[in-house]
Design a protein around this ligand. Structure first.
Ligand code: NAD
Ligand code: GLY
Length: 385
């Protein structure tokens, strides 16, 4: 693995390269400030074609499309600009995108570039998975959440009226180019949402990284470039290791990445999957709930749950459902939302719980009555208790 070395072939600024080892589907995550400057040479290494479609959303197009188009000067670039926001992960936008790619007469050896956050990455990856039964795609994540989570690992898909991410495919990108300079325009709220997925890696299996997060979260959120580079690289290394071990989430390994997600998805469903509660915000509250639930069941020291709750609060993040406007009587509805989770099997709903900070595990057979009782108490929780 190359760490903070000048990337002589493509740009003159240092990059951190994280390999994702998946046999013939292996690829590299290239992390650094200014990575996009080398996009032309990087793309030429992936395809012989001189035409490329770039899928992005209207917000990102205005902020960052010109620098990518400039870097791809040797290519004929066709931008496909979609509306910004979660609603874009829909059948309607998928159809429009697939038709746009087919109108460009793309072939399996073409590569489409996803320039955006998790919404654009998930949608474009899914379109790439099904057009001509699978064409190449490159992830160019522009949000912190996308850099540390959604752009790596090949989960792609859309939402349906029945729920989030219920239709999709595993389709690995050919490369991920994470240009830290793009984060300069990201609002603080979105930075905090991305930070939830960063601290998650420490909570799952890396207590030392959790300690680093506690010490460096404020600098990271303020945009400190060294802190961002370390956090993005460490997160991608952690995710790459998990994906390499359990690409299709069949061995109770990749499922650990869902820490906080079962509680969090229920909160998102309760608030209507809109802008009032971002995915990363829901994951932040959900992780605190997973630790409080683990403590309530005697699995995890109560101090660890308190410590996480305090850390999230200390960097301005929500840690309690009430802070997201969830009503005190919502417990049965939250459990009903959980039962729609795509992780649900004939054996029930697995929960990702913790024995402590850095020691998460998949818990099966958790009685739903215990979940309901916990939620009833937790919904009364406040930042002060
Ligand atoms: P997003 O893609 O909607 O981006 C959030 C907002 O930020 C958008 O309005 C976008 O236009 C704007 N934006 C993007 N980059 C910007 C920049 N550099 N400067 C200013 N504004 C910018 O949301 P997200 O948080 O990136 O991703 C959330 C999605 O990711 C959800 O749909 C979630 O399900 C999915 N997700 C997928 C995976 C996976 O493994 N595939 C993992 C986690 C989350
Ligand atoms: N974000 C969860 C996963 O990639 O598995």
């Amino acid at each position: 693995m190359k760490t903070a070395m000048p990337d002589a072939a493509f740009a003159d600024r240092p990059t951190i390269d994280v390999p994702v080892g998946l046999g013939t589907r292996s690829y590299q995550v290239t992390i650094g400030a200014g990575v996009l400057a080398g996009a032309g040479a990087r793309l030429a290494a992936l395809t012989k074609k001189r035409r490329v479609a770039v899928v992005t959303d209207a917000t990102v197009a205005e902020l960052h499309l010109p620098r990518l188009v400039e870097a791809l000067a040797a290519f004929e670039v066709t931008p496909i600009i979609l509306p910004a926001g979660e609603a874009t992960k829909s059948f309607a936008q998928l159809e429009a995108l697939v038709n746009a790619l087919l109108a460009l007469e793309v072939t399996r050896s073409d590569v489409v570039i996803a320039l955006g956050g998790g919404v654009i990455g998930d949608l474009t990856g899914f379109a790439a998975a099904i057009v001509k039964r699978g064409m190449g795609f490159v992830q160019v994540p522009t949000t912190l959440l996308a850099m540390v989570d959604s752009s790596v690992g090949g989960k792609t898909g859309i939402n349906t009226p029945a729920g989030k991410n219920l239709v999709g495919a595993f389709h690995q990108p050919a490369a991920v180019w994470a240009d830290l300079d793009l984060l300069q325009t990201l609002p603080m709220r979105a930075r905090r949402a991305g930070y939830a997925e960063i601290v998650k890696y420490g909570l799952i299996a890396d207590p030392a990284f959790y300690l680093w997060c506690e010490a460096n979260a404020a600098a990271l959120l303020a945009g400190d470039s060294a802190a961002l580079a370390h956090a993005v690289a460490q997160s991608c290394r952690a995710k790459a290791a998990i994906v390499a071990a359990d690409e299709r989430e069949t061995d109770d390994i990749r499922a650990l990445l869902n820490l906080g997600h079962t509680f969090g998805h229920a909160l998102e469903a309760e608030t209507g999957f809109g802008g009032s509660l971002l995915h990363g915000e829901a994951v932040g509250i959900g992780m605190a709930q997973a630790f409080r639930f683990s403590a309530a069941r005697g699995l995890c020291p109560a101090d660890d749950a308190r410590r996480l709750t305090a850390h999230l609060a200390g960097v301005g993040m929500m840690a309690w459902p009430r802070q997201a406007g969830i009503a005190a009587e919502a417990a049965p509805r939250l459990v009903a939302h959980m039962l729609q989770d795509k992780k649900m099997t004939a054996d029930g709903l697995p929960f990702i719980l913790a024995r402590g900070i850095g020691d998460a595990f998949v818990a099966k057979g958790v009685p739903l009555a215990a979940v309901t009782a916990f939620l009833e108490a937790d919904l009364d929780g406040t930042p002060e208790n």
